[in-house]
Design a protein around this ligand. Structure first.
Ligand code: HGY
Ligand code: MN
Ligand code: MN
Ligand code: MN
Length: 405
């Protein structure tokens, strides 16, 4: 029985709905994301794939060759966690398409000459612990395991405690050269998070590069006090400084063509309506194709922030949380995909992906599927059924081309 992508997506359409924000909130190791992990594992087992979760929380589902040697495998997959109030497709589309592609290949009677594996990576969004692609960073050694273990979620839970509650042994997270050594190439299918394929009027595109990006925390320190008894002229209000800093972030980005800088999250401390905050945490997301420009934008924002804060009698502390250099996908693999998908356009992307982390360790490529709204990290994100099935067919063609006889 061949499942369609839209049929598989319909099965998980109610998991992790966020009625307050709209869209989905599926933080890593939350009940919703755990339900999706279990759904995927069941789907994989139903297809006879040898399925298990490794010490980093990555789920692997293996379609072995008749000889059973797990070497030079062709791997595809994505993630099931989401941003708060995210869309249905960012992550799950790649996972559902991988399952549907296996069905299509079985229907075509393929006996893989190389093993094919499906993979689901935890904490791709970094929405719970603040570091994007945490699972693939642990796998490849791109993050220190101790730093990972001590990351905290907004409720103060450490990654070690949450991972342990999810059944992992936090002492064993970290680089896994054996797992990496089994992979010959990795191809991630993902909903496009922009307008490229709309403007090209195409269903599927091939990834060329991922914009370098990073995350920083700006802590603005002021003088907490009573909202009623503190005269305006006596205040050192970090919220006022923070408001000026958010505008400065936009202005610094505009002064560097091609740069993108966002403050998507701002948390006053202690956060009482009748309390002048003592501090405000802002999280900064800065991206540019040239890593030196990203650094220059952050430097300009830091300098501006110090000036704006000083004018309010406040100070600012900047902390780097994660950094991902610009990634150009493997040219040889990319041209092989071009041969397997004639006419598919090549796209760069401003969004980060596990494929971007794995690209540092092995030949990696991406496929994108048209999103007719061009909007992502939002309930408006969408994929039409026909495009979703076209994506699964394209992925099946790629897997067959890379792993077939
Ligand atoms: O932030 C990103 O670009 C990705 O969606 N995690
Ligand atoms: Mn994603
Ligand atoms: Mn995302
Ligand atoms: Mn992503």
């Amino acid at each position: 029985m061949t499942a369609t992508v839209s049929g598989l997506m319909a099965e998980i359409a109610d998991t992790g709905r966020d009625d307050a924000r709209g869209g989905y909130s599926r933080p890593v190791y939350s009940t919703a994301e755990q339900d999706l992990r279990e759904w995927f594992s069941e789907q994989a087992r139903r297809r006879g794939l040898d399925t298990g979760t490794d010490s980093n929380g990555i789920i692997w589902a293996w379609w072995d060759t008749p000889f059973g040697v797990r070497d030079d495998a062709v791997v595809t997959g994505s993630h099931l966690d989401s941003v708060p109030g995210g869309g249905a497709f960012d992550g799950p589309l790649g996972v559902a398409s991988a399952l549907a592609a296996v069905d299509l290949l079985r229907e075509r009677g393929l006996t893989p000459a190389k093993p094919i594996a499906l993979a689901v990576f935890p904490e791709e969004e970094g929405s719970r612990f603040g570091v994007a692609c945490l699972g693939s960073r642990l796998l490849t050694g791109a993050i220190d395991p101790d730093k990972a273990r001590n990351l905290r979620d907004p409720d103060g839970n450490t990654f070690a405690d949450v991972a342990a509650a999810a059944g992992l042994d936090p002492r064993h997270v970290g680089p896994d050269p054996d797992a990496l050594g089994r992979i010959g190439s990795f191809v991630e299918l993902h909903v496009e998070q922009g307008r490229g394929l709309i403007d090209l009027d195409q269903s599927v595109g091939i990834g060329s590069s991922i914009l370098g990006h990073g995350r920083w925390r700006l802590r603005v320190l002021g003088q907490g006090n009573h909202a009623g008894t503190t005269l305006m002229e006596d205040r050192h209000d970090p919220m006022v400084a923070a408001a000026g800093i958010v505008t400065a972030v936009r202005d610094c980005a505009l002064r560097h063509p091609g740069a993108r800088a966002t403050v998507g999250r701002m948390v006053p401390v202690p956060g009482g309506t009748n309390v002048i905050a003592s501090a405000v945490d802002l999280w900064l997301d800065v991206r540019h194709a040239d890593d030196a420009v990203t650094a220059a934008v952050v430097e300009a924002i830091h300098a501006e922030s110090l000036r704006v804060a000083a004018a309010e009698g406040c100070t600012v502390r900047l902390t780097e949380e994660s950094l991902s250099p610009t990634v150009h996908f493997d040219p040889a693999l990319r041209s092989r995909l071009g041969g397997l998908l004639p006419g598919a356009p090549v796209l760069d992307t401003g969004a980060g992906h596990d494929a971007g982390v794995l690209a540092a360790a092995l030949p990696t490529a991406m496929l994108f599927v048209r999103n007719p709204t061009g909007v992502s990290h939002s309930p408006e994100e969408h994929v039409e059924d026909d495009d979703a099935e076209a994506g699964a067919r394209a992925l099946a063609d790629v897997l067959q081309g890379l792993a077939g006889k």
